[in-house]
Design a protein around this ligand. Structure first.
Ligand code: FAD
Ligand code: NAD
Length: 453
C-alpha cells in the first residue's frame, strides 16, 4: 500500500500536518517513535511546564500575594499531587490527539522511521511507501560538552519537569525562555534559584528595554543573575560545583542546563539520501521542500523560532501545499510568549531589529502602573511598547510585560497580519477597565492623542 503522505513525528508540527492532510483527502499516516502522541510540546514542553507554572503561581500567590487583599492563609504544598495533576493534563491531550487521528482517518504507526529511499521508510523492520514525506522530528536539549545530562542532578527541561521533590538550590545555566519559566516554577515553590547567562541580558531575543525591565521584575521575585558569565568546569561531589571563567564557583543540589535546543534527525538516515542540512537544521525552500522535492520538513527541525504554534502553522501549510493549494504564512505575525509572572509577549520587530534594517520608526509606550485594571488587581509591574512605521503608522512591533500578556499580544498579531496601523488600534474601542487599554494608550501616544499619561 502506498500513502499520499507520511508524516514523521507527531509533535504539534507533525500531528497537525497529518490531520490537515487527511482533511484534504490525502491518504495519510503519521509515524511516531514515542508511544504517546504530541511530541515535545505536549509531553515534556509547553503543556507540562504551563501546568506547573500555574500551580506554582497559585501557591505563591496564596503564600505571598493574598495578604495584600486582606486574605490570610498558610498553604501547604503537596508537590507529588501537583506533579500528578500535570501528568493528568498531558494524558488528557495524548488521548485527544489519538481521537483526532481516528476521527480524521490518519493511520497512526508507532516506531522509529528511517529513510531507505525517497519513497520508502522502514519502521519496525517493515517498509512503508509514500508519494510524499514530511519530516517533523523536532528538537532535543543541547548539553554542555563537559556536563552531560544525567536527569538526576544535571537536568535538561525534561528532568526539571519530573523531579520528585523541590530542591533547596538550583543553578540554571542559560537565562532563556526555558530557564526563566522553569526557574520561576521552583523559585515560587521555595528553591533558591541562581542563573548563569553567557550574554549580558535575560531572554536575549526580547526587545532590549523589555529584557532589562523583565530582569528587574524577576530579581524582585528573588531570582538572581550572573550575566556575561561562562561556566568552564563542573565537579559532582554530592552537590555540583560549577567554576566560571573568572575562577569564582557556585555549588548547588541541581543544575538545569537550558542553553538552547538542537534539531533532532538521529537515525533518519538523511545522509544516504543527501538531504541537505545547515548546522543540523534541515534546509528547505519556501515551500518546505528539502533537497529531495517530495520530502518536506517543518517545525523545530528547520530554521526559525522553536515554537509549537510556528510548527503547527507550518504543518497546515505543508499539507495544503502537498494537496495542491497555495497557503500563506506570515512569520512576522507569529507571536512569542514567556509564561512567567508577569508574562512577556512579543510580535513583529524589536527596536534593535528595526535599527539594523534602517527602517524609520516611532515608539509609543504605556506603563501598567497607569492602567486602572492593573492597579485594581494589584499587578502593576509591566509595560506596553509599540513600534510603528514612521511614515505610515503601520504597526511593526508590539512588546508587552503584563499579566496575561500572552493573551493581549494577539491584538498585535492580528494588526501585523492585516497591516493595520497604530491609528487603527487607537481608534478601536477597548473595554474599560481592561489591561488591553494599555495597548490603546500606547497607540494613542504615538498618534499624539494620549489621555492617561
Ligand atoms: P516535536 O514536538 O519535538 O515533535 C517531534 C516528534 O518526532 C517527537 O514526538 C519525536 O518522538 C518524533 N520523532 C523524532 N524522530 C523520529 C523518527 N525517526 N521516527 C518517528 N518519530 C520521530 N513552544 C511554544 O510555542 N510555547 C511554549 O509554551 C513552549 N514551551 C516549551 C517548554 C519546554 C520545556 C520545551 C522543551 C519546549 C517548549 N516549547 C514551547 C517549544 C515546543 O515544544 C516546540 O517548538 C515544538 O514541540 C516543536 O514541534 P515539532 O512538531 O517540530 O517537534
Ligand atoms: P533559549 O535560546 O531561549 O535560551 C538559551 C539561553 O542560554 C540564551 O540566553 C543563551 O545566551 C544562553 N546560553 C547559551 N550557551 C550558554 C552557555 N554556555 N552558558 C550560559 N548561557 C548560555 O533556549 P532554551 O531556553 O533552552 O529554549 C529552547 C527553545 O525552546 C527556545 O528556542 C524556545 O523557543 C523554546 N521554548 C519556548 C517557550 C515558550 O514559547 N514559552 C518555552 C520554552 C521553550
Amino acid at each position: 500500500m502506498e500513502y499520499d503522505v507520511v508524516i514523521i513525528g507527531a509533535g504539534p508540527g507533525g500531528y497537525v500536518a497529518a490531520i490537515r492532510a487527511a482533511q484534504l483527502g490525502l491518504k495519510t499516516a503519521c509515524v511516531e517513535k514515542d508511544p504517546k502522541l504530541g511530541g515535545t510540546c505536549l509531553n515534556v514542553g509547553c503543556i507540562p511546564s504551563k501546568s506547573l507554572l500555574h500551580s506554582s503561581e497559585l501557591y505563591h500567590q496564596i503564600l505571598h500575594g493574598a495578604g495584600d487583599h486582606g486574605i490570610d492563609a498558610k498553604p501547604t504544598l503537596d508537590f507529588s499531587k501537583m506533579m500528578a495533576r500535570k501528568k493528568g493534563v498531558v494524558e488528557r491531550f495524548n488521548r485527544g490527539i489519538e481521537m483526532l487521528f481516528q476521527k480524521n482517518s490518519v493511520t497512526k504507526i508507532i516506531g522509529e522511521a528511517r529513510f531507505k529511499d525517497a519513497n520508502t521508510i522502514e519502521v519496525n523492520g517493515e517498509e512503508i511507501k509514500a508519494k510524499n514525506f514530511v519530516i517533523a522530528t523536532g528538537s532535543e536539549p543541547t548539553p554542555l560538552p563537559f556536563l552531560p545530562f544525567d536527569e538526576k542532578q544535571i537536568l535538561s527541561s525534561t528532568g526539571a519537569l519530573a523531579l520528585n521533590e523541590v530542591p533547596k538550590k538550583m543553578v540554571v545555566i542559560g537565562a532563556g525562555v526555558i530557564g526563566v519559566e522553569l526557574g520561576s516554577v521552583y523559585a515560587r515553590l521555595g528553591t533558591e534559584v541562581e542563573f548563569v547567562e553567557f550574554l549580558d541580558r535575560v531572554c536575549p531575543p526580547l526587545d532590549k528595554t523589555l529584557s532589562k525591565e523583565f530582569q528587574k521584575i524577576l530579581e524582585k521575585q528573588g531570582l538572581t543573575f550572573r550575566l556575561s558569565t561562562k561556566v568552564v568546569d563542573a565537579k559532582i561531589e554530592g552537590d555540583v560545583t560549577l567554576t566560571f571563567e573568572n575562577k569564582e564557583t557556585v555549588t548547588a543540589e541541581k543544575v538545569l542546563v537550558c542553553i538552547g535546543r538542537k534539531p533532532f534527525t538521529t537515525n533518519l538516515n538523511l545522509e544516504a539520501l543527501n538531504i541537505e542540512t545547515n548546522r543540523g537544521m534541515i534546509s528547505i525552500n519556501g515551500r518546505f521542500q528539502t533537497s529531495i522535492p517530495n520530502i518536506y520538513a517543518i517545525g523545530d527541525v528547520v530554521d526559525g523560532p522553536m515554537l509549537a504554534h510556528k510548527a503547527s502553522e507550518e504543518g497546515v501549510a505543508v499539507a495544503e501545499i502537498i494537496a495542491g493549494e497555495n497557503p500563506h504564512l506570515n512569520y512576522l505575525a507569529i507571536p512569542s510568549v514567556v509564561y512567567t509572572f508577569p508574562e512577556v509577549a512579543a510580535v513583529g520587530f524589536t527596536e534593535e531589529e528595526l535599527k539594523d534594517k534602517k527602517i524609520k520608526y516611532k515608539v509609543g509606550g504605556f506603563p501598567l502602573k497607569a492602567n486602572s485594571r492593573a492597579v485594581a488587581i494589584g499587578e502593576e509591574e509591566g509595560v506596553v511598547k509599540l513600534l510603528a512605521d514612521d511614515a505610515t503608522g503601520m504597526l511593526l512591533g508590539m512588546h508587552i510585560i503584563a499579566p496575561h500578556a500572552g493573551e493581549l499580544i494577539h491584538e498585535g498579531a492580528l494588526a501585523i497580519e492585516k497591516r493595520a496601523t497604530v491609528f487603527d488600534i487607537a481608534n478601536c474601542s477597548h473595554a474599560h477597565p481592561t489591561l488591553a487599554e494599555a495597548i490603546k494608550e500606547a497607540a494613542l501616544s504615538i498618534v499624539k492623542k494620549a489621555i492617561h499619561i
